[in-house]
Design a protein around this ligand. Structure first.
Ligand SMILES: [Ca+2]
Ligand SMILES: [Ca+2]
Length: 105
């Protein structure tokens, strides 16, 4: 089992908060697909369905614990760039930055 050191967890929280603020405006624009300045129920459901599909790997309409964990394991592995089973603060910052930049595309 992989265990994140406390510094990595703290870094996740700081990095998440930092990027979260910057991403809110972009996130809103992506979800508000008709650009009317409001997120309708239909737009919210579409975003939710998109997120659900990301986890439902076998497309059977349910998310198993394995599917859920697989997505999070993949994110962990992306952050663990040297493959030592641990994510350092530097690796985490780099992963958060890459993810942020990917969302901008
Ligand atoms: Ca809208
Ligand atoms: Ca499934």
């Amino acid at each position: 089992m992989r265990i994140l050191p406390l510094t990595a967890i703290a870094a996740v929280l700081v990095a998440t908060a930092t990027f979260a603020l910057a991403d809110r405006g972009k996130w809103f624009q992506r979800v508000d697909t008709d650009g009317d300045g409001a997120i309708s129920r239909q737009e919210a459901l579409a975003k939710s369905s998109e997120r659900f599909a990301r986890f439902d790997a076998n497309e059977d309409g349910t998310i198993t614990q394995e599917e859920w964990l697989a997505v999070h394991r993949a994110r962990f592995d992306q952050g663990d760039t040297n493959g030592d089973g641990q994510v350092t603060e530097e690796e985490l910052r780099a992963a958060m930055k890459a993810r942020h930049e990917q969302k901008q595309d």
